[in-house]
Structure formats: C-alpha cells, structure tokens
Design a protein. Structure first.
Length: 201
C-alpha cells in the first residue's frame, strides 16, 4: 500500500467532514430563514392593469390569529394591513371607502413543520462516507415553526377571485412577528400584478 497517499486521503476526508458540518449548521442553525417561499395563481382572463382602486374585503374575518378579538384588531391584523397598504400604494393603487375595483382579503396561520436534511442517506449518518463520526444521536429531521400568509384579490364588480398569493417563512416563535409579517407580505405582493400577456393587456 502506498503510504504517501494515506495523509492525502485523511486530509481530504477531514475537509469533506468539515464542509458537511458547515452545511448542516447552515441548514438547522438559522432560526429565522431569510427566504420566503411564494406561490401564486390568477385568472388569466383578467386585465390587471385596469385595477386602480382597492378596499378591504367586507367579510374579512376579524382576527387573523383566530383569537377572541371582537370589534378590534389583533397585532397580526394590524401588521398585515399596514404591510399590504404600503405595498398597494407603491404599486400605484389607491385605497377607497366605496366602489373599489378590487377587494383585498387575507388569512394567516402558524404551523409545525419538519425538514429532513438533504445530506442524510438513511443509514444513520449523512453523505455515506462519515461512518462513525455522527454517532447514534444524529437526527436528520429538524422541527420548526412556519408562518403562512394568503392574500386574495377579488374583482369587486364580478365578485370573483382574480389573484391569490401565498407566502411561507420559517419563524423563531409561535407567532408571526412584525419583521416576518413585512417580509412575507412583501414577498407575496412582489409577484403582483402577474407578468404575462394576459395580465398586461
């Protein structure tokens, strides 16, 4: 056996092991993710450029946090409404009290989620080359809280859903805080109005 290759092999193994630890820390060590997962869908027959004014949906539930709020807004409701209003203004839409072009509705929830490490090979240790390094206490599953916000835009004249955006982000608490609310709402409405020939007629 070529003894000169052993130190090189061990060095390479150590580098790969260190890199795997950094990747794992990057995956599970950040309690608040910087990214917002956003999806949307819309009615392709709608001319979104024709919408100039907006108002809150009249039947909007009184408390996005499903709490006991009666006749007043929860903190999350206030944060959501403030963030949405800023975004709509920046898009050139005017909030009105009567006869809007569109209504805006929203909902929010916090859920328990699980994330499986992409480096786990199902044999008790990640990658497949580090046998014995991680031991039996290594868990490939990370538990975390996820905040989800759904924003609907309804055509006021037709009373039909025109656009729906959904955003989800990892949280470090049991509620969606002010910074997370702004981040999620900004992420969702960054995709409105939808791009494409049907949306820009």
């Amino acid at each position: 056996m070529n003894m000169t290759r052993i130190p090189q092999f061990l060095t390479r193994r150590a580098v790969l092991l260190a890199a795997s630890w950094l990747l794992l820390l990057g995956t599970s060590g950040c309690t608040t993710a910087s990214r917002v997962g956003v999806t949307n869908d819309f009615d392709h027959a709608v001319n979104f450029r024709a919408y100039k004014t907006w108002s809150w949906y009249p039947q909007q539930p009184g408390d996005a946090e499903s709490g006991p709020a009666k006749g007043y807004e929860s903190f999350l409701d206030k944060r959501l409404r403030a963030a949405v209003a800023i975004e709509m203004t920046q898009k050139g839409l005017t909030e009105v009290d009567k006869a809007p072009d569109i209504y805006v509705a929203y909902s929010a929830r916090v859920e328990d989620k699980q994330q499986v490490s992409p480096y786990y090979n199902g044999m008790g240790y990640p990658y497949g080359y580090g046998y014995g390094y991680y031991g039996r206490n290594y868990s490939p599953v990370t538990q975390y809280k996820a905040g989800t916000v759904v924003i609907d835009i309804i055509d006021a004249r037709r009373k039909e859903l025109a656009w729906r955006g959904t955003g989800q982000a990892q949280l470090n608490q049991n509620s969606i805080g002010e910074a997370e609310t702004t981040r999620i709402v900004n992420g969702i409405l960054s995709t409105y109005p939808p791009q494409g020939n049907n949306a820009q007629r």
